[in-house]
Design a protein around this ligand. Structure first.
Ligand code: SF4
Ligand code: MG
Length: 329
């Protein structure tokens, strides 16, 4: 099927007191209708900044997307006027977040908040509006619709609040949903239910889903393809089975090893030693090389991410991988 969202060459700079942070460099990925992709990586690797760049909600007005395109429904979102972008945000592309409390109005009943979204984007009113609110709450599989619609956010459990946020996101029937760590704050059972709900929505509505998470366990259950980010770059992409079966980038291998040791009940999460590079002055060559046990001369001289291809079935930004593929090992 055709592509719903196509991001390429996306670079974003944040202006801080300490200087320019090169938060994203040349980020690219695609999402098709009915497909869930995951963007994974440690915190600070650029996952949320990718979502914010696409939605054009960067932290401050002086922060800037400096290059790239974000094709959605035949237009480049980066070239739209702010007014046109506002019509897309929350309607054709919706977002949900880790902390629903900070994205729900504490002083408004859930039903009224959803009404407001529907009124703003679809100009619905009266009984049609009330039915649409109920439909949205039902789509988020909220069991007691009347009670939840009449509640304020603080009167609901964490799981119900996240469902309320999902209902609000679904209200305008978006083609694309971006979910940034949507289940991180929830208990394991609720987490599972929310993920199942998201997967079901993707399949039933042929919606595209971008799931942003640091948790590979979450990815395995509901995503079709995986993009791994490190230090502001995409460093590997693959379909989910290939990825878990045979991750190619040493960083991905490290992430997967720590997931495994966690599930095997080891005392401590064996994370990859070392810290992510400072993006005020990104290192030359491979950005992972200070933490990589395989680093070679070429890794300091040339950035393998420049050769990463997004039209390939799978690819990894690592000089080792290029060698392996070349010699067919
Ligand atoms: Fe390690 Fe070099 Fe591959 Fe980077 S390019 S991950 S430093 S082997
Ligand atoms: Mg984040």
């Amino acid at each position: 099927p055709e592509t719903l969202l196509s991001v390429a060459g996306l670079s974003t700079e944040l202006r801080t007191r300490k200087g320019t942070v090169h938060a994203l460099h040349n980020v690219g990925f695609t999402v098709r209708p009915g497909e869930a992709i995951a963007i994974v990586g440690e915190s600070g690797c650029g996952k949320s900044m990718t979502a914010r760049s696409i939605m054009r909600v960067l932290p401050r007005p002086i922060d800037k997307v400096t290059s790239g395109h974000v094709r959605f429904g035949g237009t480049d979102l980066l070239t739209l006027s702010e007014a046109a972008m506002r019509r897309i945000r929350g309607a054709r592309i919706a977002m949900i977040f880790q902390d629903p409390m900070s994205h729900l109005d504490p002083l408004m009943r859930i039903g009224d908040q959803i009404s407001e979204v529907l009124h703003a984007h679809k100009k619905l009113s009266g009984e049609v509006l009330q039915n649409a609110v109920r439909d949205a709450l039902a789509a988020a599989q909220i069991p007691d619709i009347e009670r939840v619609a009449g509640s304020y956010p603080h009167q609901l459990s964490g799981g119900l609040r996240q469902r309320a946020l999902i209902a609000m996101a679904l209200a305008c029937d978006p083609q694309l949903l971006i979910a940034d760590e949507p289940t991180t704050a929830l208990d394991v059972t609720t987490q599972k239910q929310i993920l199942q709900l998201l997967r079901q929505l993707v399949t039933e509505r042929q919606m595209g889903l971008v799931l942003i998470t640091h948790d590979l366990g979450v990815v395995a259950n509901i995503c079709d393809r995986v993009y791994v980010m490190y230090a502001g770059q995409v460093i590997e992409h693959a379909d989910v089975h290939d990825f878990f079966d045979r991750p190619q980038h040493p960083y991905s291998q490290g992430l997967l090893a720590s997931l495994k040791s966690l599930s095997e009940g080891s005392e401590r999460l064996s994370s990859i030693p070392g810290a992510v590079p400072n993006l005020l002055a990104p290192p030359s060559g491979c950005r992972f090389r200070a933490r990589c046990g395989y680093a070679m001369d070429i890794c300091a001289a040339q950035d393998p991410a420049q050769r990463l291809r997004h039209d390939n079935h799978r690819d990894a930004a690592c000089w080792l991988v290029e060698d392996k593929e070349g010699t067919n090992v």
